[in-house]
Design a protein around this ligand. Sequence first.
Ligand code: CA
Length: 528
Amino acid sequence: MIRYFQETSVLVLFSVLIFGCNGQVNRESSDKEVLKQPNIIYIMSDDHAKNAISIYGSRLAEIAPTPNIDRIAKEGVLMNNVFVTNSICTPSRAAILTGQYSQLNGVYTLKDDFDNSTNHLGKLMQKAGYSTAVVGKWHLHTEPTGFDYYNVLPGQGLYNNPKLKEIGKPWKYHNKGGEVYKGYVTDVITDESIKWLDNRDKSKPFFLMSHHKAPHGLWEFAKRHEHLFNDEKIPEPNSLYENGKHGPLKGERYGSSISDRNPRRNMLHQVTREGWPTGIIDTLGMTKREKIHSAYQKYVKDYLRTVAAIDENVGRILDYLDDNDLAENTIVIYTSDQGQLLGEHDYFDKRWMYEESLSMPMVIRYPAMINPKQENNDMVLNIDFAPTLLEFAGAEVPSKMQGRSFKSNLLGSTPTDWRTSMYYRYWMHMAHHYIPGHYGIRTKDYKLIFFYGLPLNQNGALNEITEPYWEFYDLKNDSKEMNNLYADEKYQPIIKELKSELLIKKQELKDTDESYPELMELRKKFWN
Ligand code: CA
């Protein structure tokens, strides 16, 4: 499945046979050495799909390798089933800091402000004795708290010569303020992260959140990557030309399409329109299929060019740790705030509960405690990140956090009562990308989604009610989610079971819909 593990499996088996006993001794002695708190570098990019990280072995792995991100997995753990609870920038960031779903932390949509008085991960790490910093994308509107140092992009920030807002200067709300830093944003964020590491209080362990803007749209690459993929054809997903599989309107007006299927938002229009920042393509005289092909090539090439700079900069951080003898006792995490559709189902963007958008990439290295070349398949959520890092730091996890530490899973021992299903909810109904409000449940083998299609007075939601509908996928036999089997007779017993499990989850997670009478009314009519 994953090339690296296939190639090395013989070697690993050999090592286990020959060195098994010695390995055990080393592990015990290293446990004693790491009683001190580990340093933590949490590197998070924006909209980085698992499919665009080569160790995950997708169709893009060969053409667009990410050797430095892959190195973290090879020297640590590759996480295969990490999911976001609300697939969009601001809410995911709030969930990561608070260990809570949107309905508890109050950040439901891109328009909601983060309550910076809350007792979140940054503050708890400070209390645990850490020197803390956040550098790069913040996107939570209010001033960062819980960080001894911050230097963050206003709003989405710029790709070239970005502004950054540094601690100690008067805070300007959200996307306002900042001073210009010359250079390409991914390089600048790494420069500033390394600068902080150099100047940090060395009497304490450190916790650094280094957050990239890339590979978020509009995919402006660094000059040095301008010609990358010039003569290459990026492999396409089969579903790029398969329209109309989702939704009651055959999907015409839903989602951000590559083709012009959704007249309100599509890639074809964007990349043929004057003013597109990386230059436009000429589709004059092309067939419909050729146009879709060209728009996809343009989009994914630009996207992967921004990923190339991310990977190089991850390498710079790993080199810094090596050069400063910090690698052994530092936890390094690479992840993204959610996934991204790269032409699958003719879509771009995220927000949907479909796999490409729901999945977060995650690789973790911690040589002092975690053995190299591990793979983990446990179902982990973004609300679990804070509890996990707190446990590694030796701090208590507040009971108001809804996530659970997966430290023990990383050390090779999954608790017997670990979750076997997860709850997802997208609140920002039909805004910008025309995706109806929905929630659903995913188990190892199945996914059930209820598209309720109501704005529910959410900030930024479009005040347009859409037709409610259900989708059900058998992930075991249809991992690409091409066949909605909600009406299939054979699956009725499992769908019934999933519906009741979904309600139980909603109860447990304090998201019962009771404060939204219009949704309760709809459920009564539509939920059978
Ligand atoms: Ca994002």
